[in-house]
Design a protein around this ligand. Structure first.
Ligand code: ZN
Length: 161
C-alpha cells in the first residue's frame, strides 16, 4: 500500500519535473531568439534602407506589447526620423527569413511617408517590400500574424479566464 502511494507520488513528481523542463526550455528558446533577433534588427535595417535609398534616421525599439505586432511611426522627438516598434513576443517568433520581411514591410511604410501622395496602404507597403524580399518571405510573416491575431480556438479558450 505504502509502496503504491509512493510510486504515484513519484510519478506525479516526475510529470511535474518534465512539464517544468518543457516550459523552461521553450521559454529559454524564445528568450534566445528574441535576443538574437533584437541584435540583428539594426544590421538588416541599414542594409534594406540602402537598397531603397532611404536616408531618414530610423530607430528600432522592442516593446512589451504592440497591438500591431510590428509598426512604424514618425519619431515624435526627432523631425524627419522614424521608429519601428516590435512586439517582443512576436519578434521572438520570427526566423531568419521572416525578420527581414517584417522590416522590409515597415520600410515600405517609411517609403510611403516620404513619397507623394503619402497614402498609407498595406498593398503599397508590400509592393515596396517586394523589392527587398520574396513574396514567400512576406507570406510567412503574414501567417505568423494570423496565428497571433486569431489563434486556434483551443488556444484562445485557454487564454480567456
Ligand atoms: Zn503595414
Amino acid at each position: 500500500m505504502a509502496k503504491t502511494e509512493w510510486s504515484h507520488q513519484a510519478l506525479r513528481l516526475w510529470v511535474s519535473v518534465c512539464l517544468i523542463l518543457v516550459v523552461q526550455s521553450s521559454a529559454v528558446e524564445g528568450w534566445n531568439r528574441l535576443q538574437h533577433n533584437a541584435q540583428r534588427i539594426k544590421g538588416i535595417l541599414d542594409g534594406l534602407k540602402k537598397q531603397l535609398n532611404i536616408s531618414a534616421d530610423i530607430s528600432a525599439a522592442v516593446v512589451p506589447k504592440d497591438d500591431l505586432l510590428v509598426s512604424v511611426s514618425p519619431d515624435r522627438h526627432r523631425k524627419g526620423a522614424y521608429q519601428i516598434s516590435f512586439d517582443a513576443a512576436f519578434l521572438a517568433m520570427l526566423d531568419e527569413d521572416e525578420l527581414p520581411a517584417a522590416i522590409a514591410h515597415e520600410l515600405g511604410h517609411v517609403w510611403i511617408f516620404t513619397h507623394h501622395p503619402y497614402l498609407q496602404t498595406e498593398d503599397l507597403a508590400n509592393a515596396v517590400a517586394h523589392r527587398l524580399v520574396t513574396p514567400t518571405q512576406l507570406d510567412r510573416v503574414y501567417e505568423k500574424v494570423r496565428l497571433v491575431k486569431s489563434p486556434p480556438s483551443n488556444l484562445a479558450a485557454a487564454k480567456t479566464p
